[in-house]
Design a binder for this molecule. Sequence first.
Ligand code: NAD
Length: 479
Amino acid sequence: MSQYESRLFINGELVAPSKGNTFPLLNPATSALVADIPIAEEDDIDRVVAAAEKAQPAWARLPARKRAAVIRKFADLMDQNKDRLSELDSVCMGKPLHDGLGDVQEACDITNYFAGLVELADGETSLNSADTLNISMRQPYGVVASIIPWNFPTMIWCHDVIPAAGAGNAVILKTSEKAPLGGVLLAQLAFQAGFPPGIINVVSGPGQTGALLSAHMRIRKISFTGSTGTGRAIMQNAAKSNLKAVSLELGGKSPLLVFDDADLPKTAAAAVKSITFNSGQICTASSRVYVQKGVAADFKKLVAQLMLNLRLGDPTDAKTNMGPQADSKQAAAIARFLEAGAKDGQALVGGKPALEAGENFIHPTVFANIPDKSKLDLEEIFGPVMVLHEFDTEEEAVRRANDTEYGLYASVFTKDGSRALRVARALEAGNVGVNCTSPDGAYELPFGGWKASGIGSQKGSTAVLEWTQAKSVYINHAA
Ligand code: NAD
């Protein structure tokens, strides 16, 4: 029997899946069995939708301040359970414990921010038509769903569930098969905080469980965070079923531009952190770096040295900078990119799995002399692999940076303020860093992708409104 709770959380209760099917979850740092994870099947999904439908109207009728108070209590409980939440993410997907604590802190902060927004999620009025007062109301969808990935399981759980429930919806979240445990504890804490039974439900399982949600006829909105390929499948299912509203937070292939007047040591440090934090498993990671030719040699030396200084190993050790990749499938996929990189260009540093650290570890890597149309430049690697290019002019750098189907995050490093603004404006991405890069961001601003990186946004002042529908009401008051 595992020491970790992994059951489904439906209607305020921990329950086994109807057919009793499970799959094994292994710790990627040690390959030890962590827990058997339940697979939610069609009748489990129908059961959870029915419970959510029953619970939602009374929850939506509560005054916003009461829903906000429950959210604030939940943030306090998360704060009290920081160590446990960080441990659960770490045993599932290998994140160093100290980084996990940072994620949970950010989840607490944004949850409190959402609580404030719940009390402000109002519509508009107008007196523009003669004899008519026009008002718009913002009302919840009813039953909504969220499907999340494994790279920031606690934070992304909060990005969807809290604004959705805060707006008065009942939520069904599917955890990732690679990091399902934190989601179950979060559901228990939410229940303890005062969310009524049926308002926050958590199910687990593979992609097929997610497909049951995206195709369900009584779920009215779905939010998905994950790969672009899966996002397409979800949109197709939504279109083929009840045309539920869809919001998508997808993959990236983020460019970072270094001009010859940039502060090179600071830029190199930011670039290395961006591609190695969370073992490079971040949607916004600066994976394509473009350096102006005059400073390219110095920049390469700085980046290589910083990467060599990183310590790979046990995620529970406070001195570890990088844990393993999330599982053996993820490590094998990155290893295939490393083989392709060795054929298409040269590794300045790394370029191979770090088997001395463990089965699923990869050395931080920089490839140079890669053609722009190499798969290393076009596809999301989702590992600690930077592809470094050189450029001559600003126009060339912007054109090559934008030559991608993705548009999630881009960054520019320069001391020339006019150029910084010009380039920030020209980059085709939903987020742009000036003299900073991912993971830097601000939760009070909307976060979303352009092009094939997404549809809609999370966070920011509209986060709760995203989970409501507008209804316009026209009131004739002619005498
Ligand atoms: P993934 O697409 O493989 O899986 C994400 C989730 O979708 C999992 O819960 C999975 O079980 C589920 N799923 C898989 N197939 C499905 C289907 N056919 N129908 C419904 N659900 C299905 O992605 P992943 O490997 O978990 O996460 C990594 C990806 O997520 C990367 O591409 C990364 O860039 C992206 N990501 C994006 C953001 C963002 O905010 N834009 C944030 C984090 C991660």
